[in-house]
Design a protein around this ligand. Sequence first.
Ligand SMILES: [Zn+2]
Length: 274
Amino acid sequence: MKKIFNITLILLLIYSCKQAEDSSNISAVPNYQAGSCAIGKWSSTPLNIKMSTDFNADFSPADSVGGLNPLEQMAKVWNDAVGSGTKLINVPFPSTDNKTGTSLGGFRDGELGIYKSYGWFDNVSSGALAITQFYGTMASNSSLGTYINLNHADIIFNYRDYSFTTIAGGTWGSYDLSTILLHEMGHFLGLCHESTNNSIMAPYYSGYQRSLKDFDTRKIRGLYLSNQNISSAIGNRNVNALSLPPGTPVKGTVELMANGKCRHFINGKLVFEH
Ligand SMILES: [Zn+2]
């Protein structure tokens, strides 16, 4: 009897954990130390971002809107947000072969790309749904202030540890590929994580969201339209905290976490997290 109880308890805990891991219904976003973020900016747009042909099988013709697949539609969301005739990303995306390999450095080539990783990377958390990696040089000028002048970036999805859906409207308990791409493109364009869940740039996946918040629109306009000091245009980002002289090459990765913690729910109530 005791053994049956133990097995039941273990199954209950596993189930609870898995359910919480899905996280689509968790709206609370933990505090995030945003101070270490460094804002980036591309000196020239629109960007030519290529999409791995491995994504083609994920879309059906019914997913197409205005001739754009669900991932291209997310690039258009950023383009529309910045508006004023400024196009950030070319759509539709040119395609490219998927890249394999367990070294992020191998993705630094002449192509900006969106890829699937089936092996993931040793130095990146298995809790990350996707990452954006970027390369650039520290820049400082009198009008824009200090920022990273971006020269390469890639978005890579973690297909080793997660599966994704492309169904419009979202499915409970699954990760929406387009929502995640919308977030990653924010990084690609130079934005940091935000400590508010009133932003697509919250550091944790918090459910289906294929549009931006006003907050995000203000940020991307501040970054690409204002031509004024970046830190003051888009918030008090402590880019100078990097303390690197202009011209210094920099690289970085930003992870979108599925959920930083395993949470246990009973009847919808959080009872334990670890
Ligand atoms: Zn992120």
